[in-house]
Design a protein around this ligand. Sequence first.
Ligand code: ADP
Ligand code: MG
Length: 293
Amino acid sequence: ATPTALLVGTGRGAQLGVLIKGPEVLESTRKVDTIVLDKTGTVTTGRMSLVHVVPADGTGADEALRLAATLENASEHPIAAAIAAGATDLDMVLGTVTHFANTPGRGVTGCVEGRRVLAGRASWLAGEGLAVPPELASAVDEAEAAGRTAVTVGWDGSARAVLVVSDTLKPTSAQAISQFRKLGLTPILLTGDNTRAAQAVAAPLKITDVIAEVLPEEKVAVITRLQGEGRVVAMVGDGVNDAAALAQADLGLSMGTGTDAAIEASDLTLVRGDLRSAADAIRLARRTLSTIK
Ligand code: ADP
Ligand code: MG
């Protein structure tokens, strides 16, 4: 992603690893009292890894992984990268996918080896008419209880396996969040992922406000609701699904490591994808607003 064409960096901001769209951004930067943080790719590395595969009775784990990985190869989601890497690490040869379609916040589908394969939330597969056998429902439950993300894969009318992926906190997230608190900001974790995976990320950061299982199109409404409570809201995100919420927030911050859509929708870009530079930028704005105006 190349944010530079769009953005005007102020000298000091650039030094801090922050690109600011224009001087008017500093006013809202100074006033924010709430900071909404997207989970995957913002607070966590977004480099997920495949932990294990739980096949349904009668399904081969390898076949399920190969079909899912072939399908996910066409997706840009961090979950997709984990699944594709998990397969290639096992020297699997991935085929081609046709009729690929992404349903944001739910999953992906496409035609692989003559089958219509789906991978995503179990509830989404069920809504698409696939039966979810009890051993897979428990695998989903177990993975989520452990703070992980479960991707259910299925074809021919039935869910066939659960692929368990996990994400890790960025080493800088804890520091950044304690700096936000020192600046008087209330941190809120916002994610499309399951509640328990969200809490597993929030707990070590001592974040108590967690809004999980939010569909991409609902993220904007969360920001609007917080603004309705009289809060001045900063939102930090990296994904295509964060763009509308970033635009709605009083201050939208994107990760320089994130998608172009997020960068374009934001007021300020954290060049290195380091959340601590958001705290630095807010501190800088509060300190120097008068000298810049
Ligand atoms: P976040 O808000 O954390 O960035 P998303 O809104 O992108 O999360 O995704 C929410 C959920 O939708 C994921 O946790 C996953 O269950 C499902 N999902 C989204 N994209 C995919 C995909 N490419 N493959 C499998 N599952 C997906
Ligand atoms: Mg994200």
